[in-house]
Ligand binder design. Structure first.
Ligand code: UT7
Length: 330
């Protein structure tokens, strides 16, 4: 197989998790659930939750500054800043523009690109496109989620799943063998009803009755999403590996979206990757939507789970529906 030559590499990553821990035992006191059910059905033991008033750009700034410091890049050098979040600070303007001002990244192009849990991988592909075509040298890609602000804390089928956090990556044009080798991203808007927030936008403005019903909070058809997730992430992984010219046996580590341990295990099985080569942190952080993958990537780089020359496959799935996989060499 001929391997793709990368033109953009990940120079560094950073993460920020709010310090407050919400355990399964805490949730037992809030809804009709149990630690055993949550661990058996999802693999989650605890998650991080922000304190009141903490915003997506607060988390984003902390993870972005870590990534920039590690790369030795000043905010003024950023040409492209892409933010993924399902929980923007405000509807207008973008969280990316808030973050740009907070960082002092004054000469960049800044935008939010929202693809739910797939947002980080989508934005890696978009940032790569900008850099590879010469419309900038340096990109900052940030995923930041305050999922606790859009969860229905009375709905046991969703409130046990999610957590808050942020991860970031600095990208630069590359002339060597390290970098992004391929992406395979797709979406299917006809399945948007499986995972959504029904009200609060222009289509269904939030009135007081809707507010009482919690129409502005996350609704999910868990079983249907589960089935679609496994098939889509496994297929996208196969396609991305093919496009990269990499065989599944060459993958040193898979970093899947961290929604449910059973989804991760089934995806890895279908993709043909043993669990010893799959990274899991959802036991500690739950599902942080688009922030799950960059947080995991940052942990793996810090812990030495990813070394020089390693091939990493990452796959994501989320509302939209959106999904995709990316292959990268470090
Ligand atoms: O990141 C974006 C994508 N999101 C996902 O990928 C999530 C995908 N879906 C899932 O991870 C799983 O479908 C869930 C974890 C959400 C649910 O697991 P499940 O095995 O599909 O359970 P279920 O929805 O089929 O529910 C089984 C039972 C039901 O009770 P009955 O009807 O059998 O009596 C639920 O009411 O479990 C009950 N249940 C709970 N019981 C205790 C649902 N949530 C809970 C809970 N504690 N928290």
């Amino acid at each position: 197989m001929t391997r793709t030559k990368p033109s953009v590499e990940i120079l560094s990553t950073g993460r920020f998790l709010p310090p407050r821990i919400l355990t399964n035992q805490d949730l037992e006191k809030m809804v009709d659930t149990s630690d055993t059910w949550i661990r058996d059905r999802t693999g989650i033991r605890e998650r991080r939750i922000v304190d009141d008033g903490v915003t997506a750009s607060d988390l984003a700034e902390a993870s972005a500054r870590k990534a920039l410091d590690r790369a030795g890049i000043s905010p003024a050098e950023i040409d492209v800043l892409l933010v993924s979040t399902a929980t923007p600070d405000r509807w207008l303007p973008s969280t990316a523009c808030h973050l740009q001002a907070r960082l002092g990244a004054n000469r960049c192009f800044a935008a939010d690109v929202h693809a739910a849990c797939s947002g980080f991988l989508y934005n890696l592909a978009l940032a790569e496109g900008f850099l590879a075509t010469g419309r900038g040298d340096t990109a900052l890609v940030v995923a930041t989620e305050v999922m606790s602000s859009i969860i229905d804390w009375d709905d046991r089928s969703t409130c046990v799943l999610f957590g808050d956090g942020s991860g970031a990556a600095v990208l630069r044009r590359s002339s060597g063998t390290r970098g992004l080798l391929s992406h395979h991203h797709r979406s299917d808007g006809s399945l948007s009803h499986l995972l959504h927030r029904p009200a609060g936008g222009v289509e269904h403005p939030l009135d007081s009755e809707g507010l009482d019903r919690g129409d502005h909070l996350v609704k999910m058809a868990g079983r249907e999403v589960f089935k679609s997730a496994v098939r889509a992430m496994a297929d996208a992984s196969t396609e991305a590996l093919k496009a990269a010219g990499v065989s599944v046996d060459e993958v040193d580590l898979m970093i899947p979206h961290q929604a449910n341990i059973r989804i991760i295990e089934a995806t890895a099985r279908y993709a043909g990757i043993p669990m010893e080569r799959v990274y899991v942190n959802l036991d500690r952080f739950g599902n942080m939507s688009s922030a799950s993958i960059p947080v995991a990537l940052d942990e793996c780089l810090e812990e030495g789970r990813i070394g020089k020359g390693d091939l990493v496959l990452s796959a994501a799935f989320g509302a939209g529906l959106t999904w995709g996989a990316s292959v990268m060499q470090f």
